[in-house]
Design a protein around this ligand. Structure first.
Ligand code: GLU
Length: 302
């Protein structure tokens, strides 16, 4: 039997909600609501060096102001330490995890560059090092992994050659994004991940990790990423302008236009409830463009 639809929006609280993250929020929200599914809000705050409590509060408040209501309570990854520890223990039992003492400097010297960046050359793979503080934990990868997505198409990666064994717990003791995101998507029973296309090339390794954890990786939809007028991805931490929450309708309509949904211009002045009714009724995945060029974006030049 098919599982009931469960989507999520999973922002990292490294800054206020900006247009780029709104696009991902709107797409995941509409994908869930147009299917009568659940939509959860998960604050991805495992990296305590980059995340701030003020943004973990401001993001849900901004979504609320935009009329986007999530199901259940807000979920915080920082409270899931036990879950992540258990997942690591499970991987260790299967011989899939090992401690790594390679420093950044060693890796800068030895790691060959692959299509996704430096490839871990496996220096500690057979070393049998003890799991000690200051040592990262890496997942042994193998095989070719394929991801299929209605917007992005098909992506095949040879995990060993293109990526290498990747880090699940960092040398500073923090759980890595890859571990936290997969463990939580599985634990919450997420059936489809809708997020920015900048994360598309993470999908094969996340599928692999989910399998190692005996889980079924969700389906995915990757939506184009908003860039600034220099072509850089808008990100909270690079100081992209926060949304104008005094004009929530205009912001939502701008996100809908970015997602290729062709909202009528006058929709921006309608009450929020009406905007969402229109957006849910007209949501069409096939209209989402794979790429968004800057002039189409309608972002004001700063
Ligand atoms: N927390 C990630 C971010 O804000 C998104 C994770 C995901 O959707 O898989 O970029």
């Amino acid at each position: 039997m098919e599982r009931p639809y469960h989507g999520r929006f999973a922002p990292s609280p490294t800054g206020p909600l900006h247009f780029g993250s709104l696009v991902a929020a709107v797409a995941s929200y509409l994908q869930a609501r147009s299917r009568g599914g659940r939509w959860s809000l998960r604050i991805e705050d495992v990296d305590r060096h980059r995340c701030r409590p003020q943004w973990a509060e401001a993001i849900p408040a901004a979504l609320h102001a935009l009329g986007m209501e999530w199901d259940g309570t807000v979920i915080f990854q920082s409270r899931h330490g036990d879950r992540y520890r258990e997942a690591l223990a499970h991987l260790r039992e299967q011989g899939l995890l090992y401690a790594c003492r390679c420093s950044r400097r060693t890796l800068a010297r030895t790691a060959p560059r692959g299509p996704l960046g430096p490839v871990y050359p496996g220096l500690c793979r057979q070393a049998g090092l003890a799991d000690e503080p200051q040592r990262a934990l890496r997942l042994r990868v193998a095989g070719v992994e394929q991801a299929v997505d209605p917007v992005m198409g098909t992506l095949k990666q040879d995990l060993e050659q293109d990526l290498g064994d990747f880090v699940l717990r960092r040398a500073d003791g923090l759980y890595a994004y890859q571990l936290a995101v997969v463990v939580d998507d599985l634990a919450q029973g997420i059936t489809e991940v809708v997020r920015g296309a900048d994360l598309w090339d993470n999908t094969p390794r996340q599928r692999y990790l989910a399998r190692c954890l005996d889980g079924k990786y969700p389906a995915t939809v990757h939506v184009p990423v908003a860039v600034d007028d220099l072509g850089r991805k808008l990100s909270k931490s690079s100081g992209a302008a926060a949304l104008e929450l005094a004009r929530p309708g205009a912001e939502i309509v701008r996100a809908l236009a970015f997602l290729g949904q062709a909202p009528p211009a006058e929709l921006a002045r309608a009450p929020l409830g009406e905007i969402w009714d229109w957006a849910i009724a007209h949501w069409d995945l096939r209209r989402i463009p794979r790429r968004r060029e800057i002039p189409e974006l309608g972002l004001e030049r700063r």
